[in-house]
Write a protein that binds this ligand. Structure first.
Ligand code: C5P
Length: 401
């Protein structure tokens, strides 16, 4: 069987099995096609009850195969050839029934036969009722698949179509697309424990008002994704943002800088690498009012006191993890960044221009370390995150050797 190597997926066989989540497969196909992936769809007979093959045909621009004998009209060996032409097979949604078939090597329809006869990696995104998911039979089948090298994405926890709440929701299409590309990334941080702070902090002034920083959390979340894809165990300590964390990361939600410090301290004994991306508010009010402050025509004075510098605290620990800081500057980027790196005594500082990067989907970065500086030209944040993880892995290994 082909090993998972460092490249991106160019062609994919999308297998859809019978479940309500089949509707999400249409969005998935659309995102994959948009990302330049060639998609060939195979649907089981049950899947056809949930979504029309014409939808998938229109989205992928290719005929959809729904049964073994129809497929054989086009190619004598469709059950073998179709998988030879792709980098990977993804079953989304993968029903409990189909998972049971895969675990037992049953080949009674085109999709199951293709999976058995494949020579490419097999990925599945399970979707089912929570009790079907928790059933020991399903869990046994999943253990068999894991042992056989099948990669399992999700499921997620939450409200289900059946009205129940629990594990069994198929991952969202965008998360699946990222996860698919992720498994082909080099495992540069295999089993390393990475702690990332992300997003802004919010410092309450009174019951309804507060001080915060403009920060979308996009870079920190992209780094969490990239670190997971590099094989790391990731904990994400996040301020209030409108982003979904990667399902495989442990996520700790906080509000204020002091909450963030508490969360970071808790993780310290299990952290090898600390990446401080959060835009931590430098000050908080000396006295937070419980009630809303009444508006008057007079000026209002607030006394501000400095917040703890979390990165500096971690970097100064006797057994500090490998520390990476970020600097968002509006002027004199390079001068300010190098001063900051030396002041915080950290091996790597990542600088970017605040006005270009805050809230944006792409960024331009300058990396400062003991060797000097390195420019990462403008690119989507997930690509920058992957480049940065590569550099971090290089410096981290060098420091330890
Ligand atoms: O000193 P400055 O705030 O510009 O430094 C930015 C870096 O320090 C970022 O990595 C940020 O996450 C971290 N930081 C922190 N705690 C603070 C302020 C900044 O961890 N109170």
């Amino acid at each position: 069987m082909t090993s998972l190597s460092a490249h991106t997926v160019k062609s994919l066989l999308l297998g859809i099995t019978g479940g309500v989540a089949a509707y999400k497969a249409a969005e998935l196909a659309r995102l994959l096609i948009q990302g330049g992936v060639d998609v060939q769809t195979i649907m089981t007979q049950s899947a056809c009850h949930f979504i029309g093959s014409v939808t998938l045909q229109a989205l992928t621009g290719k005929p959809v195969f729904t049964d073994m004998w129809q497929a054989n009209n086009i190619s004598n060996m469709a059950h073998i050839n179709l998988s030879r032409e792709v980098d990977v097979i993804l079953i989304a949604p993968a029903s409990a029934d189909f998972i049971a078939k895969l675990a037992n090597g049953i080949a009674d329809d085109l999709l199951a036969t293709l999976c058995l006869a494949r020579d490419c990696p097999l990925l599945i995104a399970p979707a089912m009722n929570r009790q079907m998911w928790e059933n020991p039979a399903t869990q046994r089948n999943l253990a068999v698949l894991r042992h056989d090298g099948v990669k399992i994405f999700g499921p997620a926890d939450g409200a289900q179509a059946c009205g129940e709440v629990g594990m069994g929701r198929m991952l969202e299409a965008n998360e699946l697309v990222e996860s698919i590309q992720g498994i082909f990334q080099p495992k540069l941080l295999q089993d390393q424990r990475v702690l990332i702070t992300a997003g802004p902090t919010f410092e309450a002034i009174d019951a309804v008002r507060g001080i915060t920083n403009a920060s979308s959390g996009k870079m920190g979340y992209a780094l969490a994704r990239a670190a997971l894809d590099a094989g790391a165990e990731v904990t994400l300590v996040s301020g209030p943002v409108c982003l979904a964390p990667p399902a495989a990361a442990k996520c700790v939600n906080i509000v204020s800088a002091r909450d963030m410090l508490v969360a970071v301290k808790k993780e310290m004994s299990r952290t090898d690498i600390f990446i401080s991306v959060a835009a931590v508010a430098d000050y908080r009010v000396a006295r937070t009012r419980k009630q809303k402050i009444k508006k008057t025509d007079n000026a209002l004075m607030l006394e501000l006191v400095p917040n703890p510098d979390i990165l500096q605290y971690v970097a100064n620990l006797p057994e500090a993890p490998f520390c990476v800081g970020f600097a968002a500057e509006t002027e004199d980027l390079e001068k300010n960044a190098e001063i900051k790196r030396l002041k915080k005594k950290i091996p790597l500082l990542v600088a970017n221009l605040a006005q270009d990067t805050i809230g944006a989907d792409d960024s331009m970065l300058v990396l400062f370390d003991d060797e000097g500086k390195q420019y990462l030209s403008k690119a989507p944040k997930i690509d920058q995150a992957r480049r940065l993880i590569k550099h971090i892995a290089f410096l981290y290994k060098k420091q330890r050797s």
